[in-house]
Design a protein around this ligand. Sequence first.
Ligand code: NAD
Length: 244
Amino acid sequence: MLMMNKKNLLITGSSQGIGLATAKHFSSDYNVYITGRHEQKLEKLCKDNNFTGYFAVDLTQDNACKALYNGLNVDIDILINNAGIYFYSAIEKMTDEDIIKSIKLNTLAPYELIKLYIPYMKRKQWGRIINIGSISGVMGEANASVYSMTKASLIGLTKSLALELAQDNITVNIINPGWVDTELINNENLEQDFSKEEIIETIPQRRFVTPEEIAKTCEFLISDSAKTITGQSINICAGLSLGF
Ligand code: NAD
């Protein structure tokens, strides 16, 4: 239910994984809007978790962001660009279709959604934008070149917009998770090269990051305590960015 005294928060890719955990984390203090591709799943999640609204859309399709914006038809104070797709494949095996899909979902959709929601945040002179990148966009990852490319470009977007919007009381930050045990890493190609145990052996803290830990970092970035934190690229990666 829409509560007039609460801020509106939209998180993309919130039907599962990090997005769903983050949506749940915020559901009592904010009007939370969720998105994903499957209408019935979103409808049930909305009912079960007391989310305020949902809209089903494939963000790789033409005009998808505009459809989401018009479909929700609500001003958004806090935008978390979380939806993402991961391909683990040698560069010569990546199909044109999957390259384009990665760029559209991981890079262009965040850009377009920010563009759509910024006019309201500027009018309000308050806003919070959080992009979910990846440690692969910070360090590089063999066999994930397109993914790393799309996530690295989100860092450039984040820093540029943080500067552009600095005087409008709008902060823009990016969180770069390390390995999080979600559907995203239940990837056939990846599993052929590494078991989960082998992945853990490469992480300095010898553990996955949890979706809730990402949600808690989002909570801090949205809070008043973080109003001077903008344009920052924050690695939540259990030490992965430090090397071995
Ligand atoms: P996930 O696969 O569990 O969830 C991805 C979400 O994106 C889902 O809600 C899905 O519906 C949505 N989505 C996928 N394709 C879509 C499309 N075409 N249109 C609209 N929505 C679509 O993954 P996750 O691990 O929760 O990942 C969330 C974010 O975190 C992603 O941006 C991912 O790149 C990033 N990330 C994840 C990890 C990890 O290890 N899991 C590590 C670093 C970064």
